[in-house]
Structure formats: C-alpha cells, structure tokens
Design a protein around this ligand. Structure first.
Ligand code: FAD
Ligand code: DHB
Length: 393
C-alpha cells in the first residue's frame, strides 16, 4: 500500500491529522492497535479550549459538538469553604466547551469513513522503518492476520505515551512524576452545578465536571500507588461529599468501573526524527489539572497539517523544519500552566517540602491571589481557555 502520510494511532491527534490532511488534498492511512469500538468508548478528557472548538468548527467536524457540547463561560475554585468564580467571558471574552474526548473521536472516525479515508483498526506488530530516508514505511499485521506494509513520504507518530514512535529514536526526554493520581468516575446523575469546580480541600483535590445534563464526571486525588479496590462506591461518594464540602451532589450509578490515572509531566525534544513527526501524547504529557492533554494534541496536528500541505503542494520544507520548535513553545506554556494548577490545587504529603505548613500556606496565598486579583485571574483564564495555535513567543 502506498500513501503520502502514514499515521500511527487513531486517538484525537491521528484522526484529526488525517481529516485535516484530506481537506488539504494530502493522502493518509491511519494504523490503530485497538478496535473502533474500544477507541470510541475510551473515557478520558472533557474540556475543549477555545482554539480547539474553533478549529473543529472551521474544519467541518463541529456539528455534534455544537449540538451536544456544553459551553461554559468560567470555572470555580473551591477553598476556604467558599466557591470562587472565575469568569472567563468577562476576563478574556472566550470560554470552553465540555464535550467528551470519545465524542470527538467518534465524530472524526465518522468523517474519515464518510470521506473514504482508510483506518486500519486492530493492527498488531506496528513497526516504523527507514525514518531517515525519504521513503519511510510502516509495517503491521492486519485484523485478518496478514502482514502489510505502508510505503509513504512521511510518518506521523500519534500513538500516545506508550506507542512505538517515540521509542524509534532517542529524543531528549524531561519528566516529572507526581506522588498522586486521579480516581475518575462517570455517574448517571444530573449535574447540580453549571460549571466545573476545582476543589483544594484539606483531604486532597477533587474535581466536579460533567458530560451531559444526565451525566456527572468526578475525580478525586489519591496516592499514586492506590489500589482502586480500596474505593467502594459509598466511599467515593462520601469522599466527594467531604472534599466538595457544601455542594449539593446528585448520586447515581457509575456508568463504568472507577479507574485511577497516574500523573506526570513529560516532554520529548525534538518532536522530529528525519521523516518521523511526533504529535500529541507521543511527544508530551501534562498532568490533567489544566485540561490541556487533548488540546495540545489538536494544536500539534493543526501545525503539522499546514506544514505537510506546504511540503506536498509547494515543495517547501520550511514548515516541517520549524514544526518541533513551533509546537514546543506552546507545549511548554501548557506544561507550565498544568504544573501551576496541579501544585496550587493538590494536597502534598505533610512530610515533604511542598506539603509542610509553609508549602500549604503558599498554596492558600496563591489561591486567594488568583481569585482576588484581576491580573492573576486573567492569566488563569487566558491559559485555560487556550492560547492561539502556532505562533507563541
Ligand atoms: P491517544 O489518545 O493516547 O491516542 C493514541 C492512539 O495510539 C491510541 O488509540 C492507541 O491505541 C494507539 N496506539 C498505541 N500504540 C500503538 C501501536 N503500537 N500501534 C498502533 N496504534 C497504537 N487529559 C485531560 O485533559 N483530562 C483528562 O481527564 C484526561 N484523562 C486521561 C486519562 C487517561 C487514562 C489517559 C491515558 C489520558 C488522559 N488525558 C486527559 C490525556 C488526554 O486524553 C490525551 O492527552 C489525549 O488522548 C492525547 O491524544 P493523542 O491522540 O495524542 O493520544
Ligand atoms: C475534565 C478533565 C480534566 O482533566 C479537567 O481539568 C477538567 C475536566 C473532565 O474529564 O471533564
């Protein structure tokens, strides 16, 4: 099989890249290890920042998001037993849309299949070859057990944190692990609050979010090595009630088994090796507190699609040569914002420097400053609602 761009991974990065390329007249094939049903039902992120929303609309994949997504004009921070509203609309004139990542994935798969795109689901033994030549290829065993090879001009490594693309070369990797994770639940319960609530409680962080007028999404900070079996449904609701102190919560059955996600920051530099370009979680990870993971994946492929259009249609290497540096400026801004939100809102172990009495007092001071200074609140709002794609100084 021959194509212009072989894309490894059908997450938001790989699917959106394939869609953007098709609209720019560039041919691609997507190879995905999992089944279509698996990727369409993987519950992950939920916040689309403003530039993501604008891009999905402009590229013709925003209709279901506009019909079912929940536009929010702010968030609240809960501490000192008080809800403090941060009004994005007032501060920066833009908002966010709460719309599940798996819904974005469904919309993109539907668009690709409607437009005659190729997605090879359930591909095994995916391997990358000839990356430093101008005829790279990707081999895999297809769902029927047949070994196949995609010859191409460019490979896009959109295969997430555990995929083979980053491991195909030796980028410099910088990372930081956090001593906690998030236990996440999806409950069949009508939201009782209109916007997201980030709670910096004494017993640890909690996040109140939603997916629809019938479904609430909630997270609890837990130790990094926590066993999810230690959390019965009753204990989860109890702890949410305590940490979200005072907020009325509707309880309801969980729509999937509670799960725990570890938290880390990671950046691989450069995001390019010869004809291989990394995008999304394959190149960088943020802790989820800033709601940036999926949005960064979208921003990367927006830059990559334009660079590839210039490469294929105008014979220009310039965009590809600048791809890594352009993306990394935005990536590092999101890394900083995500670590700022994480460190301001989570409870650190009292035996550690960040969790001692001094560290805790600094956190509270930062929280109070953030909600009382228009300058500080504007900075949070600007980062949360999303900086423009490309061109960040
Ligand atoms: P992914 O969505 O990971 O897609 C990569 C794709 O590559 C996957 O479909 C995978 O199956 C495929 N793949 C992997 N290996 C191979 C292979 N060998 N061959 C072929 N295909 C392969 N962000 C937030 O902002 N908020 C959250 O609450 C949040 N929760 C998360 C929970 C979890 C468990 C995880 C893992 C991430 C979470 N994130 C969250 C981050 C966010 O979901 C990611 O940033 C986003 O999915 C990145 O998109 P991506 O396309 O780069 O990678
Ligand atoms: C959600 C996830 C996040 O990481 C976040 O910061 C806000 C909301 C969510 O899944 O709804």
């Amino acid at each position: 099989m021959r194509t212009q761009v072989a894309i490894v991974g059908a997450g938001p990065a790989g699917l959106l890249l394939s869609h953007l390329l098709a609209r720019r007249g560039v041919d691609s094939v997507v190879v995905e290890a999992r089944s279509r049903s698996y990727v369409e039902h993987r519950v992950r992120a939920g916040v689309l920042e403003h530039p993501t929303v604008e891009l999905l609309r402009a590229e013709g994949v925003g209709a279901r998001m506009d019909a079912h997504g929940m536009p929010h004009e702010g968030i609240s921070l809960l501490f000192d037993d008080t809800l403090h509203h941060i009004d994005f609309a007032d501060l920066v004139g833009r908002g966010i849309v709460v719309y599940g990542q798996q819904e974005v994935v469904k919309d993109l798969i539907a668009a690709r299949l409607r437009d005659g795109g190729t997605i090879e689901f359930e591909a095994a033994d995916v391997a990358l070859h000839g990356l430093t030549t101008d005829r790279p290829s990707v081999s895999f065993t297809d769902v029927a057990g047949i070994t196949r090879e995609i010859e191409c001009d460019v490979v896009a490594g959109c295969d997430g944190f555990h995929g083979p693309s980053r491991q195909a070369f030796a980028p410099t990797v910088v990372e930081r692990a956090y001593p906690f994770g998030w236990l996440g639940v999806l409950a069949e319960a009508a939201p009782t609050h209109e916007e997201l609530v980030y709670a910096a409680a004494d017993r640890g962080f909690a996040l109140y979010s939603m997916r629809s007028p019938q479904v609430t999404r909630l997270y609890l900070q837990v130790p990094a090595d926590e066993d999810v079996a230690a959390w019965s449904d009753a204990r989860i609701w109890d702890e949410l009630g305590t940490r979200l102190g005072g907020m009325a919560l509707n309880e309801g059955p969980f729509l999937e088994k509670p799960s725990i996600t570890g938290m880390r920051s990671m950046v691989a530099e450069p995001m390019r090796h010869g004809r291989l370009f990394l995008a999304g979680d394959a190149a960088h990870i943020v802790p989820p507190t800033g709601a940036k993971g999926m949005n960064l994946a979208v921003a990367d492929v927006a830059v990559l699609a334009d660079a590839l259009e210039h490469f294929f249609h105008r014979g220009s290497d310039r965009g590809l040569d600048e791809y890594s540096a352009t993306c990394l400026r935005r990536v590092w801004r999101a890394e900083h914002f995500s670590s700022y939100m994480t460190e301001m809102l989570h409870r650190f172990d009292p035996g550690t420097e960040r969790g001692d009495a001094f560290g805790r007092a600094l956190q509270l001071s930062q929280l109070r400053y953030t909600v009382s200074s228009r300058a500080a609140a504007t900075s949070l709002a600007e980062n949360y609602t999303g900086l423009p794609h490309g061109g960040i100084a």
